[in-house]
Design a protein around this ligand. Sequence first.
Ligand code: M6R
Length: 386
Amino acid sequence: EENTFSCKTEQEIHQQRSTIESAVRGRVDFDNHTVKLGGIQAYLHEIRRSNRIYMIGMGTSIHAALATQHVLTSLTNKSVSVVQATQFIDMGEPIAKTDLCIFISQSGETADTKAALDYCNRAGALTLGITNVVGSSICQNTTCGIHVNAGVEVGVASTKAYTSQYICLVLLGIAIAQDFFSMKGQIREIIDGLRELPMKAEEVLNNKQQLKALVELIQECQNVVKECMMFNTDRSNSLYILGRGYQYAVAREAALKIKEIAYMHAEGLCSSELKHGPLAMVQENFPVILFAVNDQFKTHAFNAMNQLVSRGCVPYLIITEGDEVELENNFKNKAEVPFHFVLPKSTPCLQGILAVIPMQLLSLYLAQARGCNVDQPRNLAKSVTV
Ligand code: M6R
């Protein structure tokens, strides 16, 4: 397997079918639609009684929290806050014994996240770790936890650990909710979605035709960059990535990956923010990627697309299968239909897992086209322990 990939990061991106399987293996009963998480089983009662839920981490790990905030809120019926570890301490967040604080960290050694954990331990809160390194500091210093089981992640850019953290958080939500009869329908839908997820992730990774089109997209971005550089404009090296609802976290994560490994400025925004400032940057050829997947925010996404098109900017779209005709119908002239990458459809709260994979590949291809060291980006370390 090693030889077919140009670097560890590419290999790790392509391992995601199997890492998704590892995240659910032995934990999900697909026939009875139940979840069992050994590492938190003894504390489930206490977890269910908690007042508020905090999800704490840094970088990609906090994006896994953001991606699952909606589903955790709806499964637990509790107030769920996503707070960066540093912000958490800087704001002096008032924590009570009745709060559940979840610490998400691939390495389990991130200094900022560890400091927030110490803070919560001192406040006597119930702490739960979601880490990929068994025996790490965060593993040891939390009351209970869930192992991510993604295998060693070597690339500085976190890819497979992200999708597995995402799944572990969804499983946690199910474990909390599954004793409530009213939650059965929602849980059944998510577990059915999880059953098909590895196969669909593989589909995204193997979609050669679409991937080639994605490469074209990248080259187009590059051409815009080059063209803008010639004229030395302020658009020389930038990209907006827009998503709303579940896709907001994907937009943020995609932007982080592109900055981190391709050294290209990218900004992940909620599409509803456009009119409140960011739209001023947008003109013809300004590169924008817009998520318009099939969920409750699709109409909003199509509205955002029309706003951009009317300013001469044609966004690159990420849509879900079955929506091609609806997209085409937005354009009188078929030649004007924007580039669109078509994802297999999943249940809304899992769609972000399929949506992030082409973004990971996009950052990889951009980085390769720019001759960057993908596995070891400049100025960064895999684990930020100081
Ligand atoms: O090991 P952790 O998950 O705690 O690391 C947190 C961040 O430093 C990390 O996710 C970083 O943002 C990644 N390199 C992004 O790809």
